[in-house]
Write a protein that binds this ligand. Structure first.
Ligand SMILES: Nc1ncnc2c1ncn2[C@@H]1O[C@H](COP(=O)(O)OP(=O)(O)OP(=O)(O)O)[C@@H](O)[C@H]1O
Ligand SMILES: [Mg+2]
Length: 669
């Protein structure tokens, strides 16, 4: 018959400094399925070491270990984890329950790592079996020592192991609890489960049929006693289904479970639960940790929302009419125009550029506007005017802006009429809440009649409206400024697509008009709307570089903070990590658990950073009048970015956690 456990001449030596301890010296031991064996001996005789090796928590230095007929020396980490999870139930002397966790959740834990899904009915059934049906929702700190040990037994049984290995399960208990726990263990054995108990206690070993005695790392005796009366109770329920499975396969060998890859939903759920719990249990620490991420992401997001808002209001203010426009202006060198534009240039564009559908010369300047004792410095802009028919047909004829009253006409332009259209900002400053239409206003000692009030231009709404007066072009150049100079010329192409070609024609026409030789540069500038947007984008890009630099430093510091705190967290939870591994967690389970914690931390920082960014955007709103825009792209960017920081800075601490040795981790003080 194949023994369940077949240990052949195994040795284990511990080295502390130059001092060597031979914990096991060529120990051989066979245990058959269904046996109940107690392992006794003085302290330091190697009992725990042997039990850990049997339970795949530790490996021998020498010798062979056959489990259910299989050699185990070549098994990889993943498969060892699967065996710990599905075939071995380990009971520790000091219980090792998860802190602040209910009895039920403690019992459920091995199922999380079994890959078979969690089943709370099974957990409740195991708790009932150890007599704790009425303590299911009690947390580990609300249970007595004996009750904790019984929870640990229920936990060891929940994945239907082939064998239960108990290291001094009664060591911490009083006489009554000891009897309770031994009762449960004997009962399990009576139902077919193989049990090995390490104990100091002769009263405990007296209750087992086989007693193996150890001394100084060697087995010194192995006695089999006649059956104890009442020990062979018939099976009622089948907690150790695995044991029965094995007894059914006694002739051959039980198959070892394969290493599990990937994660089950219950595992991922557990990992997130643990991450949130860890963060929540250290609120202040977590908050300080994410500060760097918070500021870094906040800076980036505020920049993104503000510039996105800018683009949006620029583009929403822009219409097809804007996109059709081409502006011709003098070239400025050292803040001085190199050559002024003239009416001759206007004629040259009209005759030389067929795509220039409409050519509007514009004169601008500034002057004090006064009315009834109020004086306001205003910008002066000029237009050629729109016919009354055109104004009637299209209500918003004037650059898409709502107009009270009317706009002046081309006729008024030709007759240099003293009529003006003012914007709302100026109307408010001069006339308050009274209607400005048909009122009079003085500009450079000339009295103008206000025929219309236009709402502020989109761009003015953004940068804060400036008081502006629109007067006929001829009135401006002949009466107000007294010269024939032009500030710029606005050309309209038939469609937005024609604008670049119109620009080319204008350049050629003006070069010819100015008599420029081929090797000379243009002494004027021609810009399309698209080029303006591009220019804005470049300017914004330069600003962004500075902000990204600052944010980058903040994120780097934040990332290092995350790494630091994760290292602390791993150290603090070393025993928990050891426990999880002992219960069947693979290295990758532990790795991902800590990675998720780091990522969740960063995501919290990132989410708060989005809040900060939008908040800053709204603060900026008071200065630049652009509402911040939070696009889906920005949010995705922030979260992806935060996750990447979490993964890159959390990886090393998580790897350290994953590589911990289960037994060393459990022993960690
Ligand atoms: N991690 C370790 N590093 C160094 N020495 C160790 C380590 N673990 C165990 N030992 C030594 O190995 C020997 C056997 O230890 P083990 O824990 O197996 O004893 P034990 O029989 O379980 O004792 P006890 O009854 O006190 O629990 C002891 O001398 C111990 O000091
Ligand atoms: Mg021990």
């Amino acid at each position: 018959m194949e023994a369940l456990i077949d240990i052949r001449k195994i040795s284990k030596t511990y080295t502390t400094g130059s001092f060597k301890v031979e914990a096991l010296k060529k120990v051989s031991l066979r245990i058959n399925a269904g046996e109940m064996v107690s392992l006794v001996g003085p302290s330091g005789s190697g009992k725990s070491t042997l039990l850990h090796i049997m339970g795949f928590l530790d490996r021998p230095d020498e010798g062979e270990y056959y489990f259910a007929g299989h050699p185990t020396a070549s098994l990889g980490e993943g498969q060892l984890a699967a065996i710990r999870s599905r075939m071995v139930g380990f009971i520790f002397q000091s219980f090792h329950l998860l802190k602040r966790t209910t009895a039920k959740d403690n019992v459920m834990l091995p199922m999380v790592y079994s890959g078979l899904g969690t089943d709370s009915h099974k957990a409740l059934e195991r708790l009932r079996l150890v007599g704790l049906a009425d303590r299911v929702t009690h947390k580990s700190n609300e249970l007595s020592g004996g009750q904790c040990q019984r929870v640990a037994i229920a936990r060891a049984l929940v994945n239907d192991p082939l064998i239960v290995l108990a290291d001094e399960p009664t060591g911490n208990l009083d006489a009554r609890s000891r009897e309770e726990v031994m009762g449960v263990i004997k009962d399990l054995n009576a139902r077919g489960l193989t049990v090995v108990i390490v104990t100091h206690d002769e009263e405990v070993s007296a209750q087992t049929r086989r007693v193996v005695r150890m001394k100084d790392g060697e087995i010194c005796s192995d006695e089999l006693r006649p059956p104890l009366p009442g020990a062979a109770a018939g099976p009622e329920v089948t907690p150790g289904a695995g044991a029965h499975e094995l007894s059914g396969r006694m002739g051959g060998a039980a198959r070892l479970p394969k290493a599990r890859l990937g994660f089950t939903p219950s595992e991922i759920g557990e990992q997130f639960k643990v991450a949130f719990k860890a963060i929540w249990n250290h609120k202040m620490r977590s908050a300080l940790t994410v500060l760097g991420i918070f500021i870094g992401v906040g800076a980036i997001i505020s920049l993104m929302t503000i510039s996105e808002g800018f683009m949006k209001s620029l583009l929403s203010g822009a219409t097809e009419d804007d996109a059709k426009k081409v502006w011709v202006m003098p070239r400025h060198e050292h803040l001085k125009a190199s050559r002024r534009l003239t009416y001759a240039d206007v004629e040259a564009i009209k005759s030389g550029a067929p795509l220039a559908e409409k050519v509007t010369p514009i004169v601008t300047g500034s002057a004090q506007a006064s009315s009834g004792g109020r004086h306001v410095d205003a910008d002066i802009q000029s237009r050629e005017g729109y016919t009354l028919e055109a104004q009637k047909s299209k209500k918003d004829i004037f650059e898409n802006r709502k107009l009270q009253g009317r706009f002046f006409t081309p006729g008024e332009n030709l007759s240099r009429a003293r009529v003006a259209v003012i914007n709302q900002t100026l109307a408010k400053s001069l006339f308050g809440s009274e209607s400005a239409v048909n009122s009079e206003m003085r500009l450079k000692d000339i009295t103008f009649t206000i025929v219309g009030v236009a709402e502020d231009h989109q761009a003015e709404q953004i940068f804060g409206g400036r008081p502006t007066v629109y007067i006929p072009l001829n009135t401006a150049s002949k009466r107000v400024f007294g010269s024939t100079r032009l500030d710029y010329v606005e050309v309209t192409a038939p469609t937005p697509a024609d604008a670049p070609e119109a620009r080319r024609q204008i350049i050629l026409a003006l070069r010819k008009e100015h008599g420029l030789r081929e090797d000379k540069d243009d002494d004027f500038e021609v810009k399309t709307f698209e080029a303006q947007i591009e220019l804005f984008k470049t300017k914004m890009g330069q600003l962004s570089l500075v902000v990204y630099g600052i944010a980058g430093i903040s994120l780097l510091v934040g990332g290092i903070g995350i790494m630091n705190i994760m290292l602390v967290s791993v150290t603090e939870r070393t025993r928990e990590i050891g426990l999880r591994k002992a219960l069947g967690a693979k290295n990758s389970d532990i790795l991902s658990q800590f990675l998720i914690e780091a990522v969740v931390l960063c995501l919290i920082g990132g989410a708060m950073g989005i809040g900060l960014g939008v908040g800053l955007g709204w603060v900026m709103y008071f200065f630049i009048k652009v509402p911040p825009t939070l696009g889906a792209g920005t949010i995705t960017f922030a979260f992806t970015f935060s996750s990447l920081i979490g993964i890159s800075f959390g990886f090393w601490p998580a790897l350290r956690a994953a590589m911990l040795d289960p037994i060393e981790a459990l022993r960690y003080e």
